[in-house]
Design a protein around this ligand. Sequence first.
Ligand SMILES: [Ca+2]
Ligand SMILES: [Ca+2]
Ligand SMILES: [Ca+2]
Length: 329
Amino acid sequence: MANGKRQTANGGWRCICKSVMRWWGGIFYFLLFTFYFCGVSWCDLGLRDVRVARVDIDGDGTVEVVAGGRIGQAVAVDVPRNNRKAGIGVYRVDGALLQLICEREDLFWVADVAGGDLDGDGIDEIVAVGLGHVMIFDVVGNRLVEIGHEILEHHWTDRVMVGDVDGDGRVEVGVTVYDIAQGAEIGRSEVRFFSWVQTRLESSFVFFVDGHVGDLCGVTAARGETYVALEVGVGDEGGEIQMRVGHTGRVFWRGDLTVGGVRALSLDARETQLVIGGIDGQVWMSQVTSFGLSRANVFQHAVGLSGVLLLSDRLMTLSNRMGLKILRF
Ligand SMILES: [Ca+2]
Ligand SMILES: [Ca+2]
Ligand SMILES: [Ca+2]
C-alpha cells in the first residue's frame, strides 16, 4: 500500500510537472509568436512617440529616413530640461528594414523632425523642434553635427516642415507655435517661416490659424503650385485639412477629411499624394488637384499613429508611441 501510495504521489507530482511544463510551453510559444510579429511589424528604435521625415543625406536621390522622439519615460510639461532626454536617428531603408547610419541621444526634447536642403548644396539638412528650440543638423561621416540652433520665445513648438512655400526656388523652414490665452477655450497657432541665411534662420513670413495645428507639410498641386497643408482641430476634435498659400496664409481649400472629426497629428505629401494619419490609427490617402483635395480613401487600420511618411516605390512608414514599421501599399 505504501508503495502504491508513493506511486500515486509520484504520479501526481509528474502530472503537476507536466501541467507546469505545458503551461510554460504555452507561454513560451505565445511570447515567441508575439515577439516574432512585433519584431517584424513594429521596429523599436529606442525612441518613443516617434516622428519621421524623409531626408537625402548624401544627395544620391535615394531617400533616407530620419526619426526623432523621446528617450525613456514621458515626463510632465514643467519638468526641467536637464531631466528630459530625446534623440534623433538617421536610417537607410533596406527593404522593409531600417539600417542605422548615425544617431544622437543627447538632446532634451524632439517634438518633430523634417528634412530638406536648406543651403542649396544638394544635400539635405535635418531640422528638429521642441520646447521652443529649432535645431539644424548635418550628417558628417557617421556623426550628426548641429550646425544651427535658434531659440524662439515661445515653448509650445509642435511641428516643423521644410519646403519651398513661396516658389522662389529655395526652401523655407516652417514651425508651428501654439498659444492659448488664460480662460480661453480655443487657442491660436502661429505658423512661422524662416530662411537659412549662411549659418542662421531668419524670419521670412508668418500666418495665423485659429485652433491647434496637428501637423503641416508642403504640397504641390497638379499644375505645380505649392501650398501648405495643415490639420486643424481643438482638443480631441479636428480632422479639418486646410490648404493655404504659404507666404500669405490665404486659405485655398478646406475640408473635413477624417471620419467623425478624428484628429490627425501626422501629414505627409509626396508629389500630388497627401497622406493623413489619425490618432485612432486610420490612414487616409488623398490627391492634391488644382481645385483642392480629393475625397480621402481609408487605407490602413493600425494602432494610434504618431507619424506617417511616404517613401518611394509605394512604401510607407507608420510610427507610433513605441516604434515604426515600413509597409507596401
Ligand atoms: Ca540618400
Ligand atoms: Ca544642404
Ligand atoms: Ca522659398
